[in-house]
Unconditional design. Sequence first.
Length: 507
Amino acid sequence: MVEKENKIRNLIGYILLGCAGLCIVLFAFQISAEDIWYDEVFSMGFIGKDVNTLLHLAARDVHPPLYYLYLKAITESVMALCKNASAIIVSKAASILPLVLLGIVGYIKVARKHGMFTYGLFMLLVTIMPNISNYYVEIRMYSLALFFITFACIIADEIACGEDRLSKWIAFFVLGIMTAYTQYYALVAVVGIYVALGIALILYGKHDKKYRNKNVIRLVVCAVVSVGAYIPWLPVVARQVNTISGNYWIQPLSFRSIFGCIKYIIMPVANNYCAVLIGTALIGLTIAACVVGYVLMIKKNDILIHSIIYIMPLIVVILSGFVLSAMGTPIFVYRYMIPTLGAFWLMMAMIIGRLDIKVWPYILSIALIVAGGVCLKGFYDEEHKKVTLSSEAMETIDCIPKNSVIVTNFDHITALMGYYRPDCYVYIYDGNVDKLIPQMFERCGKTISAEKMNEFAKQNKHFYFFGSFNSREDIVDDWHRLGIDSNELCDILVERYWIKIYEESYQ
């Protein structure tokens, strides 16, 4: 009977894994567009430089450099083999690769220890739960950091549960320092893993003090060596913190932000409000059921160890966001939780996989699959729309003659046009751009004030205006009074930006 039940669980695990694989294929079809958004401009701009310049630019940015080095290595390797490959598409694929690597690590580490059902459920959850899927098609560091943190938690869990080979500690140290050089809140998550492992070792040490003492010493050594390995970057961190302190766009956190964090983790993003409510309810109730199941299993010491290690990174990241906000440096947004959610959903999968009541693991799995379907539908609707409209947008942008003058009224569009059309002169009207934009794109980022517009028009009798928001109509009207005639050409969608293009002529 037990053998038959295990076969059923394994079969369901393979089905869940197959569903996760189909989702990854779906992601791959959503990276065929050449569209990027503002944050991705920095990724693409950095990897277009040599390594020394890349490191210099990263030192002046708000993220460590490892992701950019990873991205540059992937794109240049692929494009050396395939000369006609698109740098943007290859870079998007580089964000799917960590998910594939996580699947390999999960099979080796999770499937063999916790069973195929838990592994399959974990892979599906880490693929389709709210907000995660967006970062497998975005040219940023979140999926890579998620892979590092989840892998580090798995290794820490093995150490805490009695596998203390030196190779485990080396892997734990290397993953930790690589994560720290990937993103700063990922670094905070690593601190959480170190704290969690220390607590777990002490709990385990009640049964084996020799094991506890030996490995607590190893943990302290890893922490000290990690700090030493990060010392070369600490002056950069200090400079970056001073630069953004009190002068950053992120709003301070409040008590309501706690509910915002919860909503971000459990609320699907979709066009259908009813589907969103159903998906949120299913995920929320499933997590509540997991908490109840966890309480019932709390006497099993290893589940307590698992929960400390897998959930602590998320808790520490959220707490650090509140602490920094209280100190006057609000530099936390909800997406910074993404790298910790791989470990979180692995913990949920482990709890569901251990529930003793036979039918409940399958009921909860079905609930999460339905909710995940809502998430996936929302993801597909948004991304496929971008893919569908991207080719027309790129054709329009490419049709702008070389050495043309382009004026924008939104710094995100300024940066995008600086990347797409480095052979044109791109200005921002009555605004400013990030100081790194002109360093990445030489012809991009100069400001035209409203007072200087008449003089600018006399010097550039023909130019293009890429207008954003409703203010573009007001701007065009103001320019008309200066003798600038506007010819509206078209509307285009570039990633998430609707842009109206005008051809401007000064009489």
